[in-house]
Design a protein around this ligand. Sequence first.
Ligand code: ZN
Length: 276
Amino acid sequence: MTNRLEFNVFTAPAKALVGERPRPFGEPFAFDAGTSTLIYGEYDAVLVDAFHTTAEAAALADWVALHHRNLTTIYITHGHLDHYFGLTVLLDRFPTARAIATPGTVAEIRAADPDMTRVLLGLLPGQVVPNITAPQPYDNDTITLEGRELRIIEQGRTDFPHSTSLHVPSIDLVVAGDVLYNKCHMYVGETTADSRDNWIAALDRLAALQPKYAVAGHKKTGEPDTPDAIAQSQNYLRHFSRLQRSGLSDQELFDEMGERFPDWVSHQSWLMFGFS
Ligand SMILES: [Zn+2]
């Protein structure tokens, strides 16, 4: 076992959404840029997350193919649709790959509210495959790639319940899923003060691994995948919690976060307040 693993990150840019913003302020209605990470050895590869639209998943499949590795596994970090709706396209291209997620994530996907899913699909009309494929439950906490361990870290509720991250100790890599954001406004729209505390603890768990590389689920395009994003994400959550306690109006809270984090992308009201 002398070969080492390598990784490569694909960022799908932000995309316009159709319809009205849930609050009448902020940038034009759009969905933030997301990442998918390929971890590979000499022959085999594991892909982490599978994107949202058909176009993104098709571009991702082409990019994966350029690596000339056998894609054995697609691991889905959590049950948000922008991380697994592209699975159907990926599995068409790589039919021998298995698509897996933790039992908690699979349960979240199966329990998704069909009305909410319809609302979210309506924001990207005709851009998402009609036949969505869910990942299979995976009971083990380790995925093996050419003899090296990819360790699944259960993170509890961060921007979604049953979030996970993946740690690859042999190359000091963390693929954080949506536990980590990198200079992109964070999806606090479904959080509470308690769940933000859990989220901060989840980020502490990543920091304790002392990774050399940390890939965020959502990032400002072109930002390096460095672990300083961990403390920045914690600052963001703490600042949001502080402001929320101070009784500001939604717009004041939104504007204050924009002023405190001026170089962060996707200043979207839905990220802060959800879709309702
Ligand atoms: Zn996401």
